[in-house]
Design a binder for this molecule. Structure first.
Ligand code: GLC
Length: 750
């Protein structure tokens, strides 16, 4: 411990520390500048040597087909690697196989340009985490970043240096199966989660062998597909595009994402893959994105059925002129780009810019320094499914759980319960717990929920299992055994939901109730009059209006990943108190869709008056709103207060509220801050999330939670599409969800 004899020596010490820090930062900064400069010089020198065919080869991405039994690369594609006509490969896995492919590129091509290897590492690589929608319900940005970090460590240990993630599509229609891959309906939260995921994948230094390129997808507005039907038409206003769908992509640019992927859909008549305004004017021009843009799978070819290209040649031209750099699996650039350049329809400058960006990304990964740096069999053996990663997955699976209903204190199960019935079509499933896009996760490495419960219970507690019925279909033969099992037990845990193919890509559902006859099973079992808990395994919000009438508790577990079974068991038996909050609204009725918390007030907001905006034949409120989630304890909110009722333009105000834990368990609560702009130059949502804090409050204690709200937080696209706050009256809300809140008023002064 240094004791300062005089004030001057203290000042000197602090100045010395500051100088060292500044010196180190300047060293780091100058190192990064010189690395950037040396990469740029190397890329220019290489570019100058390349033939047009070799350049176009760098713009071509093909899939390998990794089967768990072993790799296969289409011999045609292997030949294209040999001849330098393919610069990137995806779906190739394992350090050894990727070394083989990389060796082909390095030893058999003229310029020895290393390949880059991509894969859909969406929520874990071999250790599978809960699906991204589930992770978003943790509202824990550090845990979300850590999940992406673990995924990157495992994927890079198997030779992957580029993930096609994060998927940052805002989605408000749960009929769309790909809601499972995103972060829900809210743009503010979506931006924060997008940044966390990019940081997790790319880390602080891309030259490290355990960091991989992120890929912001699907650019853009794919989540607005009409009627929730995948690949369907998107037609949103410019204001909605900029206000709702683009910000998470901008957040990815700000976080340093090195690649973007175009979406399959059109936006107001122009498919994203041929959308120059989107790819060049906004992404590169307005946002100054420096990385490269890859298409989605054959999305250039799909410009033909979209109806804007007569043939592949025209499709290739349109996507090149729009600003696409790399063609995923379509072979359109490979087959037509040279001729388009020779005819003068596509400039060499465009080609050089695209190749420059791709080579730069490869150089940033360190692949030119050591093309085999990701092919380390030893690291592969050490990192995949290591205890630390499994523990991370377990913690995230717990944090993703959302308690939707808990009456008669059904949960947590009491120690007095000696016989437990575990019933349902997903109780003994392992593959379904992994969910869609589970990379190289293996069902054989997953413990089913019923087995996890068996492991969790103390000696003397019996578990009785009955399947009851299938996920889909109408075979009721299993009902009898299920009801008998419920009758002879003290409590019932139903494991219901979707199988993993029922959400994700190409998995839109027109009816999002529990599939098949699962509701009937729950109703039959409930007649045993035992405490009945439903645990849901699913990839999207479901309409639970019927189910919630026949069970005492509902725990939303999503597709919870490799450690999901244990997470559910820990929660059901009380060693973990759930704190998750919904990031997508659960409708009360299918017909309400699209429904989300931040809708507009309209000129006739719903009321008892007939002539107002509401349904005659269905509820008008959701069953479970955005931000909703219960705890085993109870939280009560009071004393919302503002340090000022007036905010100056460029200034801020502080909002606080007291939250008391009035229940019997310590618990975490996601305290949410919402704002309403009462009147603007355009209509404004009835609520907008502007902040949240996840706080642990011990039973019997209370905490004051404060937020700083700045005038720039109130900015929006006004009548002239300028992005700025407008003076006027505002309401501010604090609560544990978007519906049950305390409110107060303030004014933003000019
Ligand atoms: C798919 C998906 C995209 C994925 C790509 C590569 O069609 O739309 O999200 O990254 O193809 O698998």
């Amino acid at each position: 411990m240094i004791l300062f004899k005089s004030r001057s020596s203290k000042v000197f010490f602090i100045a010395a520390i500051a100088f060292c820090f500044a010196f180190q930062s300047s060293i780091a900064f100058s190192k990064s500048v010189s690395r950037k400069a040396s990469i740029a010089a190397m890329v220019e020198e290489l570019l100058a040597k390349m033939t047009l065919d070799e350049k176009i080869g760098q713009m071509t991405l093909f899939t390998s087909h990794w089967a768990n039994t072993g790799p296969t690369m289409d011999p045609k594609n292997l030949e294209q690697i040999r001849t330098g006509k393919c610069g990137a490969v995806f779906n190739a896995i394992s350090a050894e196989y990727i070394r083989q492919l990389q060796n082909t590129a390095i030893s058999e091509t003229r310029l020895k340009i290393p390949l880059i290897f991509g894969h859909d590492v969406i929520h874990g690589h071999r250790t599978i985490f809960p699906i991204p929608l589930a992770e978003s319900c943790s509202w824990d940005l550090n845990a979300i970043e850590q999940a992406a970090r673990v995924a990157a460590i495992e994927a890079s240990a198997q030779g992957i240096n580029w993930t096609f993630a994060p998927m940052v599509d805002i989605a408000r229609d749960p009929r769309w199966g790909r809601v499972s891959e995103g972060a829900g309906e809210d743009t503010y939260l979506g931006c924060l989660i997008a940044k966390a995921r990019v940081k997790g994948f790319q880390g602080e230094d891309l030259t490290k062998p355990d960091t991989i390129l992120a890929c912001a997808k699907h650019f853009a507005a794919y989540g607005a597909a009409q009627a929730g039907r995948d690949y369907h038409t998107v037609d949103v206003s410019e204001r909605t595009l900029f206000e709702t769908y683009l910000p998470p992509f901008k957040a990815c640019v700000d976080a340093g994402a090195r690649t973007f992927m175009t979406s399959f859909n059109e936006i107001a008549g122009v498919p994203s893959t041929a959308n120059r305004d989107l790819l060049t004017n906004i992404l590169r021009g307005l946002w100054n994105f420096q990385g490269f843009i890859v298409t989605d799978y054959t999305s250039i070819n799909e410009l033909i059925p979209h109806g804007i290209a007569a043939d592949e040649r025209e499709a290739g031209k349109l996507s090149a002129l729009a600003g696409v750099d790399m063609d995923m699996q379509g072979a359109v650039f490979m087959n037509h780009l040279a001729e388009l350049v020779n005819s003068g329809e596509v400039s060499v400058k465009y080609i050089d810019n695209a190749v420059r960006r791709i080579l730069t990304a490869k150089a940033e990964l360190g692949l030119f320094d050591d093309p085999f740096r990701y092919c380390d069999v030893k690291r592969e053996k050490e990192k995949l499914m290591c205890p630390r990663h499994l523990n991370s997955a377990l913690e995230m699976a717990k944090k993703s759980l959302v308690l939707l209903k808990n009456e008669k204190n059904a949960l947590p199960l009491k120690k007095s319960v000696k016989k437990i019935a575990v019933i349902g079509p997903l109780a003994d499933s392992t593959a379904d717990l992994l969910g869609n896009w589970h990379a190289v996760g293996l069902a054989s490495e997953v413990v089913s929920i019923v087995d996890a419960i068996r492991k969790a219970v103390p000696v003397g507690v019996d578990i009785h299992y009955a399947k009851g019925c299938d996920v889909n279909g109408n075979n009721r033969e299993g009902f009898r055994k299920a009801v008998e099992t419920a009758r002879k037990c003290d409590a019932v845990i139903l494991i219901l939901g979707e199988n993993e193919t029922m959400s994700g890509e190409a998995a839109s559902r027109a009816d999002i109730d529990l599939p098949g006859i699962q509701n009937e099973l729950a109703e039959a079992v409930s007649k045993a009059k035992k405490p009945t808990i439903a645990v849901l395994i699913n990839g999207r919000p479901l309409v639970l209006t019927r189910l919630q009438k026949s069970v005492d508790a509902i725990l939303e577990a999503w597709f919870p990943g490799t450690m999901g079974g244990k997470a559910i068991a820990d929660c059901v038996f009380g060693s973990y108190n759930p704190a998750g909050k919904l990031t997508m609204t659960f409708p009360a009725h299918l017909g309400q869709i699209p429904i989300h918390y931040n809708m507009k007030n309209t000129g006739r907001p719903m009321s008892d008056n007939k002539y107002t905006s509401k349904y005659l034949d269905a509820p008008n409120e959701p069953l479970y709103p955005f931000g909703y989630g219960l705890s085993y304890t109870k939280f009560s909110y009071s004393n919302i207060s503002l340090d000022s009722a007036e905010m100056k333009m460029g200034g801020s105000i502080n909002i606080s509220a007291d939250i008391a834990n009035t229940g019997n368990y310590d618990g975490e609560e996601v305290v949410q801050l919402y704002v309403r702009d009462i009147s603007g130059s355009v209509t404004r949502p009835v609520k907008e999330l502007k902040g949240f804090k996840k706080v642990l409050i011990e039973k019997g204690k209370s905490k004051k939670v404060s937020f700083e709200l700045k005038s720039e937080d109130l900015a929006f696209y006004g009548i002239d599409m300028s992005f700025a706050p407008e003076p006027g009256k505002f309401q501010v809300f604090v609560g544990g969800n978007s519906r049950d809140t305390l409110s107060a008023d303030f004014a933003l002064l000019p």
